[in-house]
Design a protein around this ligand. Structure first.
Ligand SMILES: *[C@@H]1O[C@H](CO)[C@@H](O)[C@H](O)[C@H]1NC(C)=O
Ligand SMILES: *[C@@H]1O[C@H](CO)[C@@H](O)[C@H](O)[C@H]1NC(C)=O
Ligand SMILES: *[C@@H]1O[C@H](CO)[C@@H](O)[C@H](O)[C@H]1NC(C)=O
Ligand SMILES: *[C@@H]1O[C@H](CO)[C@@H](O)[C@H](O)[C@H]1NC(C)=O
Length: 348
Protein backbone atom coordinates (compact mmCIF):
# COMPACT_ATOMS: atom_id res chain seq x y z
CA UNK A 1 0.00 0.00 0.00
CA UNK A 2 1.18 3.48 -0.80
CA UNK A 3 1.87 5.85 1.98
CA UNK A 4 -0.38 8.91 1.56
CA UNK A 5 2.16 11.14 3.21
CA UNK A 6 4.58 10.31 0.40
CA UNK A 7 2.07 10.33 -2.46
CA UNK A 8 0.67 13.77 -1.85
CA UNK A 9 3.99 15.64 -1.99
CA UNK A 10 4.93 13.53 -5.00
CA UNK A 11 1.74 14.50 -6.78
CA UNK A 12 2.32 18.12 -5.97
CA UNK A 13 5.87 17.83 -7.23
CA UNK A 14 4.81 16.23 -10.50
CA UNK A 15 2.09 18.85 -10.96
CA UNK A 16 4.71 21.46 -10.43
CA UNK A 17 7.04 19.85 -12.96
CA UNK A 18 4.29 19.32 -15.54
CA UNK A 19 3.17 22.91 -15.59
CA UNK A 20 5.43 25.86 -15.22
CA UNK A 21 2.56 27.74 -13.63
CA UNK A 22 1.79 28.13 -10.03
CA UNK A 23 -0.03 25.00 -8.68
CA UNK A 24 -2.85 26.82 -6.91
CA UNK A 25 -4.01 28.46 -10.09
CA UNK A 26 -7.65 27.60 -10.97
CA UNK A 27 -7.60 24.80 -13.52
CA UNK A 28 -8.68 26.67 -16.68
CA UNK A 29 -6.60 29.74 -15.92
CA UNK A 30 -2.98 30.71 -16.45
CA UNK A 31 -1.34 32.41 -13.52
CA UNK A 32 1.81 34.46 -13.25
CA UNK A 33 3.01 36.26 -10.17
CA UNK A 34 0.94 39.30 -11.12
CA UNK A 35 -1.92 38.01 -13.25
CA UNK A 36 -4.66 35.43 -13.50
CA UNK A 37 -5.90 34.86 -17.01
CA UNK A 38 -8.95 32.71 -17.68
CA UNK A 39 -9.84 34.04 -21.14
CA UNK A 40 -12.31 31.98 -23.20
CA UNK A 41 -12.25 29.23 -20.63
CA UNK A 42 -15.93 28.21 -20.90
CA UNK A 43 -16.35 29.16 -17.28
CA UNK A 44 -19.92 29.42 -16.00
CA UNK A 45 -18.98 30.78 -12.61
CA UNK A 46 -16.16 32.78 -11.11
CA UNK A 47 -13.44 30.32 -10.07
CA UNK A 48 -12.36 30.08 -6.45
CA UNK A 49 -9.36 32.37 -5.97
CA UNK A 50 -8.95 31.64 -2.27
CA UNK A 51 -6.11 29.19 -2.75
CA UNK A 52 -4.07 31.55 -4.92
CA UNK A 53 -0.58 32.03 -3.54
CA UNK A 54 0.25 34.88 -5.89
CA UNK A 55 -0.90 38.47 -5.66
CA UNK A 56 -2.59 39.19 -8.98
CA UNK A 57 -2.85 42.75 -10.20
CA UNK A 58 -4.88 41.72 -13.24
CA UNK A 59 -7.71 39.22 -13.41
CA UNK A 60 -9.04 38.44 -16.86
CA UNK A 61 -12.25 36.45 -17.06
CA UNK A 62 -13.34 37.74 -20.46
CA UNK A 63 -14.92 35.50 -23.06
CA UNK A 64 -16.64 33.12 -20.65
CA UNK A 65 -20.28 32.40 -19.83
CA UNK A 66 -20.52 33.82 -16.34
CA UNK A 67 -24.00 35.29 -16.18
CA UNK A 68 -24.15 36.36 -12.54
CA UNK A 69 -21.64 37.88 -10.15
CA UNK A 70 -22.62 37.89 -6.52
CA UNK A 71 -21.20 39.56 -3.46
CA UNK A 72 -18.79 36.76 -2.44
CA UNK A 73 -17.21 36.01 -5.80
CA UNK A 74 -14.20 38.27 -5.38
CA UNK A 75 -13.87 37.95 -1.65
CA UNK A 76 -10.49 36.25 -1.51
CA UNK A 77 -7.32 36.81 0.49
CA UNK A 78 -5.34 38.86 -2.00
CA UNK A 79 -8.28 40.77 -3.45
CA UNK A 80 -6.80 44.09 -2.38
CA UNK A 81 -4.02 43.71 -4.97
CA UNK A 82 -6.29 43.61 -7.98
CA UNK A 83 -6.22 46.76 -10.10
CA UNK A 84 -7.66 45.56 -13.40
CA UNK A 85 -10.67 43.30 -13.84
CA UNK A 86 -11.84 42.03 -17.21
CA UNK A 87 -15.34 40.63 -17.35
CA UNK A 88 -16.19 41.65 -20.89
CA UNK A 89 -17.89 39.33 -23.36
CA UNK A 90 -19.07 36.94 -20.74
CA UNK A 91 -22.90 36.96 -20.95
CA UNK A 92 -23.35 38.88 -17.71
CA UNK A 93 -26.95 39.66 -16.88
CA UNK A 94 -26.75 40.58 -13.23
CA UNK A 95 -24.13 42.01 -10.90
CA UNK A 96 -24.57 42.36 -7.17
CA UNK A 97 -24.04 45.89 -5.83
CA UNK A 98 -21.26 44.57 -3.57
CA UNK A 99 -19.63 42.33 -6.18
CA UNK A 100 -16.40 44.33 -6.29
CA UNK A 101 -16.40 45.77 -2.79
CA UNK A 102 -13.41 43.67 -1.68
CA UNK A 103 -11.30 44.83 -4.62
CA UNK A 104 -10.57 48.03 -2.79
CA UNK A 105 -7.72 49.08 -5.08
CA UNK A 106 -9.50 48.40 -8.33
CA UNK A 107 -8.76 51.01 -11.02
CA UNK A 108 -10.13 49.58 -14.25
CA UNK A 109 -13.27 47.54 -14.69
CA UNK A 110 -14.25 46.13 -18.09
CA UNK A 111 -17.87 45.02 -18.31
CA UNK A 112 -18.36 45.59 -22.02
CA UNK A 113 -20.36 43.46 -24.43
CA UNK A 114 -22.54 41.71 -21.92
CA UNK A 115 -26.30 41.49 -21.50
CA UNK A 116 -26.67 44.05 -18.77
CA UNK A 117 -29.68 46.32 -18.79
CA UNK A 118 -29.08 47.59 -15.28
CA UNK A 119 -26.11 48.20 -12.99
CA UNK A 120 -26.42 49.09 -9.32
CA UNK A 121 -25.53 52.74 -8.78
CA UNK A 122 -23.27 51.82 -5.86
CA UNK A 123 -21.27 49.27 -7.88
CA UNK A 124 -18.03 51.25 -7.77
CA UNK A 125 -19.00 53.87 -5.22
CA UNK A 126 -16.73 52.68 -2.44
CA UNK A 127 -13.70 51.93 -4.59
CA UNK A 128 -11.61 55.07 -4.11
CA UNK A 129 -9.16 54.39 -6.94
CA UNK A 130 -11.53 53.61 -9.79
CA UNK A 131 -10.46 55.39 -12.96
CA UNK A 132 -12.03 53.55 -15.86
CA UNK A 133 -15.35 51.82 -16.32
CA UNK A 134 -16.30 50.26 -19.63
CA UNK A 135 -19.95 49.33 -20.05
CA UNK A 136 -20.02 49.45 -23.85
CA UNK A 137 -22.18 47.04 -25.80
CA UNK A 138 -24.81 46.46 -23.14
CA UNK A 139 -28.54 47.07 -23.31
CA UNK A 140 -29.49 50.09 -21.25
CA UNK A 141 -32.55 50.81 -23.33
CA UNK A 142 -33.62 54.21 -22.06
CA UNK A 143 -31.63 56.37 -19.67
CA UNK A 144 -27.90 56.30 -19.24
CA UNK A 145 -27.22 54.26 -16.09
CA UNK A 146 -26.59 56.18 -12.89
CA UNK A 147 -23.28 55.41 -11.24
CA UNK A 148 -21.68 57.04 -8.27
CA UNK A 149 -17.94 57.49 -7.97
CA UNK A 150 -15.76 60.28 -6.66
CA UNK A 151 -12.76 59.15 -8.68
CA UNK A 152 -14.00 57.83 -12.02
CA UNK A 153 -12.34 59.61 -14.96
CA UNK A 154 -13.10 57.55 -18.03
CA UNK A 155 -16.56 56.15 -18.69
CA UNK A 156 -17.36 54.43 -21.96
CA UNK A 157 -20.87 53.47 -22.98
CA UNK A 158 -20.68 53.06 -26.70
CA UNK A 159 -23.49 51.22 -28.45
CA UNK A 160 -25.70 50.76 -25.39
CA UNK A 161 -29.09 51.77 -26.85
CA UNK A 162 -29.20 54.79 -24.58
CA UNK A 163 -31.90 57.27 -25.54
CA UNK A 164 -31.66 59.82 -22.72
CA UNK A 165 -29.07 61.36 -20.49
CA UNK A 166 -30.50 62.70 -17.32
CA UNK A 167 -28.73 65.04 -14.92
CA UNK A 168 -28.58 62.37 -12.25
CA UNK A 169 -26.40 60.26 -14.54
CA UNK A 170 -23.71 62.92 -14.52
CA UNK A 171 -23.80 64.72 -11.18
CA UNK A 172 -22.51 61.76 -9.19
CA UNK A 173 -19.30 61.61 -11.23
CA UNK A 174 -17.45 64.76 -10.13
CA UNK A 175 -14.10 63.66 -11.51
CA UNK A 176 -15.27 62.53 -14.94
CA UNK A 177 -12.90 63.63 -17.68
CA UNK A 178 -13.94 61.55 -20.62
CA UNK A 179 -17.31 60.19 -21.57
CA UNK A 180 -17.95 58.24 -24.72
CA UNK A 181 -21.54 57.79 -25.80
CA UNK A 182 -20.93 56.91 -29.41
CA UNK A 183 -23.53 54.97 -31.35
CA UNK A 184 -26.40 55.37 -28.99
CA UNK A 185 -29.91 56.50 -29.81
CA UNK A 186 -29.71 59.97 -28.32
CA UNK A 187 -31.70 62.78 -29.86
CA UNK A 188 -31.27 65.66 -27.47
CA UNK A 189 -28.42 66.86 -25.33
CA UNK A 190 -29.43 69.42 -22.82
CA UNK A 191 -28.24 67.72 -19.63
CA UNK A 192 -24.62 68.61 -20.25
CA UNK A 193 -25.22 72.25 -19.46
CA UNK A 194 -25.27 71.39 -15.80
CA UNK A 195 -21.80 69.88 -15.69
CA UNK A 196 -19.72 72.05 -13.40
CA UNK A 197 -16.29 70.85 -14.52
CA UNK A 198 -14.39 70.16 -17.67
CA UNK A 199 -14.68 66.86 -19.36
CA UNK A 200 -14.41 65.49 -22.85
CA UNK A 201 -17.36 64.05 -24.69
CA UNK A 202 -17.42 61.77 -27.63
CA UNK A 203 -20.80 61.68 -29.32
CA UNK A 204 -20.55 60.97 -33.05
CA UNK A 205 -22.64 58.46 -34.99
CA UNK A 206 -25.82 59.33 -33.17
CA UNK A 207 -29.05 60.46 -34.77
CA UNK A 208 -29.67 63.88 -33.36
CA UNK A 209 -32.79 65.83 -34.04
CA UNK A 210 -32.19 69.11 -35.87
CA UNK A 211 -33.61 71.86 -33.73
CA UNK A 212 -32.38 75.01 -32.10
CA UNK A 213 -31.71 73.32 -28.85
CA UNK A 214 -29.46 70.74 -30.47
CA UNK A 215 -27.47 73.41 -32.32
CA UNK A 216 -27.17 75.54 -29.21
CA UNK A 217 -26.11 72.60 -27.08
CA UNK A 218 -23.39 71.63 -29.53
CA UNK A 219 -22.24 75.25 -29.76
CA UNK A 220 -22.06 75.39 -26.03
CA UNK A 221 -20.10 72.16 -25.78
CA UNK A 222 -17.64 73.10 -28.50
CA UNK A 223 -17.16 76.62 -27.17
CA UNK A 224 -15.98 75.08 -23.92
CA UNK A 225 -13.91 72.47 -25.69
CA UNK A 226 -16.04 69.80 -24.13
CA UNK A 227 -16.46 67.87 -27.29
CA UNK A 228 -14.30 65.80 -29.54
CA UNK A 229 -15.79 66.78 -32.88
CA UNK A 230 -13.97 64.23 -35.00
CA UNK A 231 -16.31 61.68 -36.51
CA UNK A 232 -19.75 62.15 -37.94
CA UNK A 233 -22.01 64.63 -36.15
CA UNK A 234 -25.32 64.82 -37.92
CA UNK A 235 -28.85 65.71 -37.19
CA UNK A 236 -31.86 64.88 -39.29
CA UNK A 237 -34.04 67.41 -40.97
CA UNK A 238 -36.65 66.73 -43.65
CA UNK A 239 -35.17 63.34 -44.41
CA UNK A 240 -31.72 64.82 -44.87
CA UNK A 241 -28.66 64.38 -42.75
CA UNK A 242 -27.27 67.76 -41.76
CA UNK A 243 -23.73 68.35 -40.53
CA UNK A 244 -24.19 69.84 -37.08
CA UNK A 245 -20.94 71.77 -37.07
CA UNK A 246 -21.47 73.18 -40.56
CA UNK A 247 -25.11 73.84 -41.15
CA UNK A 248 -25.81 77.53 -41.54
CA UNK A 249 -28.77 77.12 -43.92
CA UNK A 250 -30.76 74.69 -41.88
CA UNK A 251 -29.89 76.63 -38.79
CA UNK A 252 -31.21 79.85 -40.12
CA UNK A 253 -34.25 78.06 -41.38
CA UNK A 254 -34.87 76.57 -37.96
CA UNK A 255 -33.67 79.19 -35.56
CA UNK A 256 -33.40 82.35 -37.64
CA UNK A 257 -36.75 84.09 -37.51
CA UNK A 258 -38.99 81.42 -36.14
CA UNK A 259 -39.40 81.33 -32.40
CA UNK A 260 -37.39 78.65 -30.74
CA UNK A 261 -38.91 75.21 -30.71
CA UNK A 262 -41.70 75.87 -33.19
CA UNK A 263 -40.17 73.97 -36.04
CA UNK A 264 -38.79 71.22 -33.89
CA UNK A 265 -38.55 67.96 -35.78
CA UNK A 266 -38.46 64.72 -33.89
CA UNK A 267 -36.70 61.73 -35.38
CA UNK A 268 -39.26 59.25 -36.53
CA UNK A 269 -38.64 55.54 -36.55
CA UNK A 270 -38.35 55.58 -40.34
CA UNK A 271 -35.70 58.26 -40.37
CA UNK A 272 -33.81 56.44 -37.73
CA UNK A 273 -33.98 53.14 -39.60
CA UNK A 274 -32.87 54.83 -42.79
CA UNK A 275 -29.91 56.37 -41.11
CA UNK A 276 -28.80 53.17 -39.45
CA UNK A 277 -26.54 52.00 -42.30
CA UNK A 278 -24.81 55.36 -42.27
CA UNK A 279 -24.37 55.22 -38.55
CA UNK A 280 -22.86 51.77 -38.58
CA UNK A 281 -20.28 52.65 -41.24
CA UNK A 282 -17.54 52.94 -38.73
CA UNK A 283 -19.18 50.81 -36.11
CA UNK A 284 -16.82 49.13 -33.75
CA UNK A 285 -13.75 50.74 -35.18
CA UNK A 286 -13.77 52.95 -32.21
CA UNK A 287 -13.17 51.36 -28.89
CA UNK A 288 -11.99 52.28 -25.46
CA UNK A 289 -8.39 51.93 -26.50
CA UNK A 290 -8.92 54.74 -29.00
CA UNK A 291 -10.58 56.73 -26.28
CA UNK A 292 -7.61 56.25 -24.01
CA UNK A 293 -5.27 57.33 -26.78
CA UNK A 294 -7.43 60.37 -27.32
CA UNK A 295 -7.16 61.36 -23.70
CA UNK A 296 -3.44 60.81 -23.78
CA UNK A 297 -3.26 62.93 -26.93
CA UNK A 298 -5.21 65.68 -25.25
CA UNK A 299 -3.02 65.41 -22.19
CA UNK A 300 0.01 65.61 -24.45
CA UNK A 301 -1.28 68.58 -26.33
CA UNK A 302 -1.95 70.40 -23.07
CA UNK A 303 1.54 69.41 -21.93
CA UNK A 304 3.02 70.42 -25.26
CA UNK A 305 1.35 73.81 -25.30
CA UNK A 306 2.54 74.52 -21.76
CA UNK A 307 5.97 73.32 -22.75
CA UNK A 308 6.11 75.49 -25.83
CA UNK A 309 4.89 78.52 -23.91
CA UNK A 310 7.64 77.93 -21.39
CA UNK A 311 10.16 77.63 -24.24
CA UNK A 312 9.06 80.89 -25.84
CA UNK A 313 9.28 82.65 -22.51
CA UNK A 314 12.72 81.18 -21.81
CA UNK A 315 13.98 82.25 -25.24
CA UNK A 316 12.65 85.75 -24.70
CA UNK A 317 14.48 86.01 -21.38
CA UNK A 318 17.66 84.67 -22.99
CA UNK A 319 17.47 87.23 -25.81
CA UNK A 320 16.99 90.08 -23.34
CA UNK A 321 19.90 88.86 -21.22
CA UNK A 322 22.11 88.42 -24.30
CA UNK A 323 21.28 91.86 -25.67
CA UNK A 324 22.10 93.49 -22.37
CA UNK A 325 25.33 91.48 -22.12
CA UNK A 326 26.44 92.25 -25.69
CA UNK A 327 25.66 95.93 -25.30
CA UNK A 328 27.60 95.93 -22.05
CA UNK A 329 30.71 94.30 -23.50
CA UNK A 330 30.63 96.52 -26.59
CA UNK A 331 30.46 99.60 -24.44
CA UNK A 332 33.35 98.52 -22.24
CA UNK A 333 35.38 97.39 -25.30
CA UNK A 334 34.88 100.83 -26.83
CA UNK A 335 36.03 102.40 -23.63
CA UNK A 336 39.11 100.15 -23.61
CA UNK A 337 39.84 101.01 -27.22
CA UNK A 338 39.66 104.67 -26.47
CA UNK A 339 41.98 104.23 -23.54
CA UNK A 340 44.41 102.20 -25.71
CA UNK A 341 44.42 104.78 -28.46
CA UNK A 342 44.98 107.35 -25.79
CA UNK A 343 48.01 105.52 -24.49
CA UNK A 344 49.39 104.89 -27.98
CA UNK A 345 49.03 108.51 -28.90
CA UNK A 346 50.78 109.29 -25.67
CA UNK A 347 53.51 106.79 -26.58
CA UNK A 348 53.85 108.25 -30.02
C1 LIG B 1 -2.78 29.55 -21.15
O1 LIG B 1 -1.52 29.57 -21.84
C2 LIG B 1 -1.49 28.73 -22.95
C3 LIG B 1 -0.07 28.72 -23.49
O2 LIG B 1 0.42 30.03 -23.63
C4 LIG B 1 -2.51 29.18 -23.98
O3 LIG B 1 -2.50 28.33 -25.09
C5 LIG B 1 -3.88 29.18 -23.35
O4 LIG B 1 -4.82 29.72 -24.26
C6 LIG B 1 -3.87 30.02 -22.08
N1 LIG B 1 -5.17 29.89 -21.43
C7 LIG B 1 -5.79 30.93 -20.89
C8 LIG B 1 -7.08 30.60 -20.24
O5 LIG B 1 -5.35 32.06 -20.92
C1 LIG C 1 -6.75 33.04 3.43
O1 LIG C 1 -7.16 33.63 4.66
C2 LIG C 1 -7.68 32.71 5.59
C3 LIG C 1 -8.10 33.45 6.86
O2 LIG C 1 -8.46 34.74 6.54
C4 LIG C 1 -6.64 31.66 5.94
O3 LIG C 1 -7.20 30.70 6.81
C5 LIG C 1 -6.16 30.97 4.67
O4 LIG C 1 -5.10 30.10 4.98
C6 LIG C 1 -5.69 32.01 3.67
N1 LIG C 1 -5.34 31.34 2.46
C7 LIG C 1 -4.20 31.55 1.81
C8 LIG C 1 -4.01 30.77 0.56
O5 LIG C 1 -3.39 32.36 2.18
C1 LIG D 1 -11.97 42.43 -23.22
O1 LIG D 1 -11.67 43.82 -23.25
C2 LIG D 1 -10.31 44.12 -23.49
C3 LIG D 1 -10.13 45.61 -23.36
O2 LIG D 1 -11.04 46.30 -24.13
C4 LIG D 1 -9.92 43.58 -24.86
O3 LIG D 1 -8.55 43.85 -25.10
C5 LIG D 1 -10.15 42.08 -24.89
O4 LIG D 1 -9.89 41.59 -26.19
C6 LIG D 1 -11.60 41.76 -24.52
N1 LIG D 1 -11.75 40.32 -24.38
C7 LIG D 1 -12.62 39.61 -25.08
C8 LIG D 1 -12.64 38.15 -24.87
O5 LIG D 1 -13.38 40.12 -25.87
C1 LIG E 1 -3.34 63.09 -17.77
O1 LIG E 1 -2.66 64.04 -16.96
C2 LIG E 1 -2.93 63.92 -15.59
C3 LIG E 1 -2.25 65.03 -14.83
O2 LIG E 1 -1.44 65.84 -15.65
C4 LIG E 1 -2.45 62.55 -15.12
O3 LIG E 1 -2.71 62.38 -13.74
C5 LIG E 1 -3.18 61.47 -15.90
O4 LIG E 1 -2.69 60.20 -15.54
C6 LIG E 1 -2.97 61.68 -17.38
N1 LIG E 1 -3.80 60.72 -18.10
C7 LIG E 1 -3.35 60.02 -19.14
C8 LIG E 1 -4.31 59.07 -19.75
O5 LIG E 1 -2.21 60.15 -19.58
Amino acid sequence: MLDRRKVVPLMLLSLHLLSPVEPNCPSVCNCTSISVSCINGNLEAIPDFDSLLTEPVTIDLSGNRISIIDAENFDFNQSANVKEMYLNNTYLIDIDAGAFSKLINLQELYLGFNLLNYVPSDLIRYLPNMILLDLSGNYFEGSMPVLKSQSLEVFTLLDCMITRIEKKSLIHLPNLKFLSLMQNNLHFIDSFKSIPHWFMLKLPYTTWTCDCQTFESFDYLSSLNYIDSSGRYECHFQNNAVQIFNSRDVRTQLCGKTPRGQKEIRVTKEIFKKSLPAISVSTFQANTEDDNKLIEKRNMSIGVSINSLMKVFFMFVMIVVLTVFIKGTFASKNRKYLRDTDSTTRLV
